[in-house]
Design a protein around this ligand. Structure first.
Ligand SMILES: *Cc1c(COP(=O)(O)O)cnc(C)c1O
Length: 344
């Protein structure tokens, strides 16, 4: 039985082209600045996203933490969404490691923060207040059903930040999914922003890594922060080689994942007992109707017996994510399993 793994796009194994690139990678000691493959990946990523420089990091979490440590000092404040990955899933690293204070605003269902609420959250110059330094956005917004944030919205946030002398960071773990869904060049989504992190290891299929992009000066400082977090890696061109394939080839095919997500969402919606939220990119959020007496944990355990893996989010709700290793047959297989488990 072939497993149909829809828990996340992080489950993607490297593609054959990646295995080959890794085997043949030219490497050196990257902490000493000697790894040509890492340098190629960093330059390529910066160019693709419209920045001067890039920094290869171990994970998206490390990329975001390094960015925050580089933008902010102890006691400085960051404005970000209450459902953002950085607030919910990164252990409060900004506070724990950096003494940085989060100022959370409600994420709207479309993943945005209201501009007037951002403006209201920015502190004035007063000896009592922390200093507001940074606004963080997330694109696509994972906890808001994978919705993409538009270039127009990002531009408005950038304009607001400029007016108040603040920086803007985007957690762009899936920013290439956003670009594909909105049918824009990814640079449209990063224009005017100070830094962006994106993941090579999710829908782009690389085994490890993210890239943080910014100005030369910002990345020079970020490189110091990566080092103190233990993120200085040596012959890491082996991993960067897969990242180059991810960036050059895998960013071009994300539409296919979004099409599979639509098929899966439509198929699920047609199953009695299943309720599906709107799907925008490669994520499908769905739940059990009141008529279904099993919990989501029971349903997911029974799906597992049938070789289908989804992520239960609570007792009634699930997330499924499409990716390179999920094709139309896998979607059909998943739907058949859900039908069998839920409808008996
Ligand atoms: C996955 C993810 C991250 C962090 O990535 P890791 O590589 O798992 O640390 C950050 N932000 C968002 C929105 C993500 O989905």
């Amino acid at each position: 039985m072939k497993t149909i793994d829809l828990r996340s796009d992080t489950v993607t194994h490297p593609t054959p082209a990646m295995w080959k690139a890794m085997a043949l990678a030219e490497v050196g000691d990257d902490v000493l600045g000697d790894d040509p493959t890492v340098q190629r990946l960093e330059a390529l990523a910066a160019e693709r996203l419209g920045f001067e420089a890039g920094l290869f990091v171990a994970s998206g979490t490390m990329g975001n933490l390094v960015a925050l440590l580089t933008h902010c000092g102890r006691g400085d404040e960051v404005i970000l969404g209450d459902k953002s990955h950085t607030i919910v899933y990164e252990q409060g690293g900004m506070a724990g490691m950096g003494g940085i204070m989060p100022h959370t605003l409600l994420n709207q269902p479309d993943g945005t923060l209201r501009l007037e609420e951002i403006e209201g959250a920015i502190r004035g110059d007063n000896i009592h207040f922390p200093r507001t330094r940074l606004i963080c956005l997330e694109n696509t917004h994972n906890n808001c059903h994978g919705v993409p944030l538009t270039a127009a919205y990002t531009a408005q946030v950038v304009a607001l930040a400029r007016k108040h002398g603040l920086g803007v960071h985007i957690d762009g773990a899936r920013i290439f999914n956003a670009a594909a869904a909105l049918e824009v060049d990814v640079r449209e989504l990063t224009r005017g922003v100070d830094s962006v992190t994106f993941c090579l290891s999710k829908g782009l299929c690389a085994p490890v890594g993210s890239v943080l992009c910014g100005s030369e000066a910002f990345i020079a400082e970020a490189r110091r922060n990566r080092k103190v977090l233990g993120g200085g890696m040596r012959q890491v061109g082996i991993l960067a080689a897969a990242g180059i394939v991810a960036l050059e080839e895998m960013t071009l095919r994300l539409d296919a994942d979004h099409a599979c997500a639509q098929c899966l969402a439509e198929g699920l919606a047609a199953i009695p007992g299943i309720e599906v939220a709107p799907s925008y990119t490669n994520m499908i959020y769905f739940g059990l109707a009141d008529s279904v007496k099993m919990t989501a944990y029971e349903v997911s355990a029974r799906l597992r017996e049938r070789g289908v893996l989804v992520l239960p989010r609570d007792a009634r709700n699930f997330r499924a994510v499409t990716h390179y290793w999920i094709d139309a047959d896998a979607v059909d297989g998943a739907l058949e399993a859900v039908r069998a488990v839920v409808c008996g």
